[in-house]
Design a protein around this ligand. Structure first.
Ligand code: FE
Ligand code: FE
Ligand code: FE2
Length: 224
């Protein structure tokens, strides 16, 4: 190869390599961006306690709507006791909704929720979906939100998130018990007790005050 042609050849290879390098960087940057979107709630660099309150308000509002629809379906299928549990859980979610709303408003925000039409299947599948939702809230969503609220030293957000997280763990347990004893879910509505302050849900009124928020036991709602 003559010196000039060799130079041109080398330059061309170098040019192609440079373009490939730029393309690789761009792909890497894109991957990072799409991975950012998958970051667990409360961990995204830009999410604030107020954003998380809105996300929790949205989640709780959808859960309430879902449980009301699941209760209707359970009644239709004769699972009247499970219908009562879904109604009690829906009532507890409404306590979480008002607690989150109060903090959003105190921070100068306007609560916004996008209520989707619930995906209603058989009661067995609805219980499975409910367990999945409550477990996600207990193990991923609220822990992330609590961490963020703590970082921002936002006591109000911390209190409403902590209360909801503890109650969702109870809901997951109640739904698991109902799923394991599905055939005992028939035979008439049954009463549940729901704490008016934190939404704690139980088949029996606590012996003392609410085990989660210490609200006096005479300040519970009875839901059938
Ligand atoms: Fe809730
Ligand atoms: Fe719940
Ligand atoms: Fe409570």
């Amino acid at each position: 190869m003559k010196p000039f042609r060799m130079f041109a050849h080398t330059a061309m290879i170098a040019g192609i390599s440079a373009m490939m390098f730029v393309a690789a960087i761009a792909t890497a940057a894109q991957t990072t961006k799409s991975e950012e979107k998958k970051t667990a709630p409360g961990e995204a660099a830009t999410a604030t306690a107020l954003d998380n309150l809105q996300a929790a308000y949205d989640g709780e509002s959808n859960a309430k709507t879902r449980y009301e629809a699941f209760a209707k379906k359970a009644d239709e299928e004769g699972y009247t006791k499970i219908a009562s549990l879904f109604r009690a859980a829906a009532h507890a979610e409404s306590v979480h909704i008002s607690n989150h709303v109060a903090v959003i408003k105190k921070m100068g925000g306007e609560p916004k929720a996008d209520i989707k039409a619930p995906d209603v299947k058989s009661t067995k599948e609805n219980l499975e979906a409910a367990i999945k939702g409550e477990t996600y809230e207990t193990e991923i969503m609220y822990p992330g939100f609590i961490k963020q609220a703590r970082d921002e030293k936002n006591k109000d957000a911390l209190k409403t998130f902590n209360g909801a997280k503890a109650v969702e763990a109870e809901h997951a347990k109640l739904f698991k018990q109902a799923l394991e004893n599905l055939d005992q879910g028939k035979g008439g509505a049954v009463a549940y007790y729901v704490c008016k302050v934190c939404g704690y849900t139980a088949i029996q009124l606590p012996k003392n005050d609410c085990p989660i928020c210490s609200n006096p036991k005479d300040n519970f709602d009875k839901v059938k």
